[in-house]
Write a protein that binds this ligand. Structure first.
Ligand code: AP5
Length: 218
């Protein structure tokens, strides 16, 4: 299965992708995670994108298209993947179509997670994740079952993202509105776009996505 999860920052793309990875054994390809790993490792790519990400702006299309292109050709992506945070512009969506076409891969669904903007700042400012495995949590909506212990890997170390602050969130939302929402009509025209209500509790959103996937799988 090949899916795209779309939605504004904080909509729950990463949270839902983690459920789908656990349930269907799909590979989660998060461009945000890949770019953050490059920044953390101090690679030339990381140095190039660090300031852009800190401002909440989008990294240039050619950079993200190249990292996704290299990643989906790896053997572990053959059984299926979830694109989380890519594409984010129409040129990225067009480049993805070309890559998929060259690899004779079709998309099964593009799922948009819709959320009221007022909820996003709360979600992002309360977010933290496991330093070891990346599992995502929230101070109030999604706490680890045992306080201070990651549900997934048992680690006791948690981190908050440097771009999860009020000023940068504003810029990220602005980038979403201006640069990413134009890809919704692009996928609607291809008849692959589905929407789920991201204001619902996490488990309910998961159920909505699974209902869509069950239909897609036929
Ligand atoms: P990226 O890492 O992709 O960040 P984002 O799109 O801003 O999305 P988030 O990770 O913030 O949100 P999410 O939807 O995954 O929410 P989550 O599940 O964590 O990108 C970061 C930066 O990298 C960009 O700004 C850009 O610079 C660059 N970049 C990345 N990809 C790029 C691309 N393709 N092109 C150009 N630049 C790119 O949930 C948030 C919180 O809410 C969590 O605490 C969670 O527990 C909670 N939560 C989730 N669902 C619910 C729910 N239903 N109810 C209540 N709480 C919930």
């Amino acid at each position: 299965m090949r899916l795209i999860l779309l939605g504004p920052p904080g909509a729950g793309k990463g949270t839902q992708a983690q459920h789908l990875v656990a349930k269907y054994g799909l590979l989660q390809l998060s461009t945000g995670d890949m770019l953050r790993a490059a920044v953390k490792a101090g690679t030339p790519l990381g140095q190039q994108v660090q300031d852009i990400m800190a401002r909440g702006a989008l990294v240039p299309d050619d950079i993200v298209v190249e990292i996704v292109g290299q990643r989906i050709e790896q053997p572990d992506a053959r059984k299926g993947f979830i694109l989380d945070g890519f594409p984010r512009t129409v040129p990225q969506a067009e480049a993805l179509d070309q890559m998929l076409g060259e690899n004779k891969i079709t998309l099964d669904a593009v799922i948009e997670i819709t959320v009221d903007e007022t909820a996003l700042v709360d979600r992002i400012s309360g977010r933290f994740s496991c330093k070891s495995c990346g599992a995502s949590y929230h101070d109030r909506h999604n706490q680890p079952k045992q306080e201070g212990v990651c549900d997934v890997c048992g680690s006791h170390d948690f981190v908050r993202r440097p771009d999860d602050n009020a000023e940068t969130v504003k810029a990220r939302l602005d980038a979403y509105r201006k640069q990413t929402t134009p890809i919704l009509p692009y996928y609607k025209a291809k008849r692959v776009l589905r929407s789920v209500d991201g204001m619902a509790p996490i488990d309910t959103v998961t159920q909505q996505i699974e209902t869509i996937l069950n239909k897609v799988k036929g």
